[in-house]
Design a protein around this ligand. Structure first.
Ligand SMILES: Cc1cc2nc3c(=O)[nH]c(=O)nc-3n(C[C@H](O)[C@H](O)[C@H](O)COP(=O)(O)OP(=O)(O)OC[C@H]3O[C@@H](n4cnc5c(N)ncnc54)[C@H](O)[C@@H]3O)c2cc1C
Length: 389
């Protein structure tokens, strides 16, 4: 997204992507209202909505027979009062294709960054390598932006330090898919099912169900030891409507363990280098807002940096300005996630009997002014951002 926005503003950009395609299982497949507004501004929302997608209007939590909507997007004042679900690969292909319309944009797939080129304490670019090829190649640049995700190599190479954010997440998630049947309800959206000591997330992906089985941090070995039949029984107890198809999960390898982390760099930049998205702040999956935050980082970075990059007057203060503008909203979102983790996730995972949402939370969700806070935070982050032209 940053590469596209900079290319539109006439900046010469090279984008290096380690993989040869964008297809990867178990990635966030959500586009939140604020990201939709950014895409509209870029003239992309029409093309996006033509791709096969589902719309999620609300997030619901179920404990026993009680249902509670904790985020109702349909009440928000926005052009897009829903979370759009579509495979992340299709979204990235669309953005990359749009960027490729600009002759000043270059995309190199299968280019894994190995090293920073640093001269006199200033980052001047990177060295990268293609799998199966000998030797490294270089890209030199006025600015290198590290958007290499939660295991960021650039973060490590730059020696930038992170502190824990929003409280240490007490959970991990085992993701897997279950088939969707024709008679399954349409528009079920995202449902969180709370059981005795277990929590299940069901996301309707229109072709299949993406299921997240949430477990206490570090308990995956125990889950595996108990065996797949035990996991299937636990899933069927939380989602009896899937009892007929949990058997389709035949191997642990069909799923993927997400070790949930949350942190934030103290400093997001060095001379010649800026980190953004998960590379600057690893986001817990609570609320599904990591993609939105990363896109908002990209919008702010493009707004602040495009002019100075184009005119060759980029200074360290511009990089500091990006961090200053993005740090507070990131802190706020991570603090809210920490609260949800402590209040709800830890409560459910630690419960021996039937789980009930904390009274204070139930009251908050009833208060007219406060009840839309979770939906707003998921939809827009701490506050909306606007693409500058
Ligand atoms: C299992 C899972 C489920 C999630 N679900 C959701 C969700 O539903 N909604 C949501 O909003 N967020 C979700 N998230 C979080 C979300 O995916 C991230 O917050 C978001 O993708 C961050 O975007 P990013 O661009 O910073 O990093 P990423 O999307 O991680 O992109 C990093 C890119 O850098 C590339 N890369 C890495 N190293 C190198 C290198 N050395 N050289 C070149 N390229 C490199 C990677 O291949 C990748 O394409 C989920 C995360 C996980 C792991």
């Amino acid at each position: 997204m940053l590469a596209l926005m900079l290319a539109r503003r006439g900046v010469r950009v090279t984008l290096l992507e380690a993989h040869r395609d964008f297809d990867r299982e178990f990635r966030g497949n959500t586009i939140n209202p604020s990201a939709m507004e950014v895409l509209k501004r870029l003239g992309l929302e029409g093309k996006l909505l033509k791709l096969r997608h589902a719309k999620v209007w609300r997030f619901t939590v179920q404990a026993g027979r009680r249902h509670k909507t904790f985020a109702d997007f349909s009440r928000l004042k926005t052009w897009y009062p829903y979370v759009l679900m579509l495979p992340q690969a299709r979204f990235l292909e669309l953005v990359a294709a749009e960027a490729q319309r600009y002759s000043n944009f270059r995309l190199v797939m299968g280019a894994r960054v190995k090293d920073l080129i640093a001269e006199g304490g200033v980052v001047r670019g990177v060295r990268w390598r293609s799998p199966g090829e000998d030797g490294t190649r270089e890209v030199r640049a006025r600015l290198t932006v590290g958007t290499d995700g939660r295991f960021s190599r650039l973060r490590r190479l730059a020696g930038l330090e992170a502190g824990a954010a929003g409280g240490s997440p007490p959970m991990d998630v085992f993701w897997f898919n279950l088939p969707r049947e024709e008679e399954d309800p349409e528009g079920a959206g995202a449902v969180f099912r709370c059981g005795r000591g277990s929590l299940l997330v069901l996301m309707d992906h229109f072709e299949y169900w993406q299921v997240g089985y949430i477990l206490p941090k570090g308990h995956y070995a125990r889950l595996k030891e108990a065996g797949l039949p035990a996991l299937r029984r636990s899933v069927a107890a939380l989602a009896p409507e899937f009892a007929d198809r949990v058997g389709t999960l035949e191997e642990w390898g069909e799923g993927s363990l997400l070790s949930v982390e949350s942190d934030r760099l103290r400093r997001w930049y060095r001379p010649g280098l800026l980190l953004l998205g998960d590379a600057a702040h690893v986001i817990s999956p609570v609320g599904g807002i990591g993609i939105n935050l990363a896109i908002q980082d990209a919008v702010v970075a493009a707004n602040v940096l495009a002019g100075p990059l184009k005119d060759g007057r980029l200074r360290e203060r511009h990089l500091r300005s990006v961090q200053l503008r993005r740090e507070a909203p990131t802190r706020l979102v991570q603090a809210a996630q920490g609260l949800a983790q402590r209040w709800v996730v830890a409560g459910v995972l630690g419960s021996r009997g039937e789980y009930r949402l904390p009274l204070l939370l139930r009251l908050l969700l009833r208060a007219p002014i406060l009840r839309d806070l979770p939906a707003r935070l998921i939809a827009h982050g701490a506050w909306p951002v606007r693409v500058k032209d």
